[in-house]
Design a protein around this ligand. Structure first.
Ligand code: ZN
Length: 111
């Protein structure tokens, strides 16, 4: 490559740094694409009225569909970015257990 290597780095470290930066840029571009095509995003995003926060749900209760684990953001853009990032990393919404409230209700119904 015809790039100029800075004096504080070895040529190898410099090449590694450059390729890392390229990977990050590629990842960013994929995130941008996912944000444009929202339907490809695995995660649901919505504005929580009470807190005025944008929420990305990562785990849902399998009885009542309640949110168990989630991220909160001030802006829709940030929430979309997180959802896209998780999607690209191959994460999926977890829906394997009940939240404590639904679980208690379920136990009481069974008895
Ligand atoms: Zn629940």
């Amino acid at each position: 490559m015809g790039t100029i290597c800075p004096s504080f780095m070895s040529r190898d470290d410099y090449e590694t740094a450059i390729s890392l930066v390229r990977e990050i840029v590629k990842f960013e571009q994929r995130i941008e694409k996912f944000i444009l095509k929202r339907e490809q995003i695995e995660f649901e995003i919505f504005l929580e009225q009470e807190t005025n926060q944008w929420v990305v749900i990562t785990e849902m209760c399998n009885i009542g569909g309640c949110s168990i684990n989630y991220y909160e953001f001030n802006t829709e853009e940030e929430a979309l970015r997180k959802a896209a990032e998780l999607t690209i990393l191959g994460e999926k919404i977890i829906c394997e257990r009940a939240c404590s409230e639904c679980y208690l209700e379920y136990i009481q119904d069974v008895e």
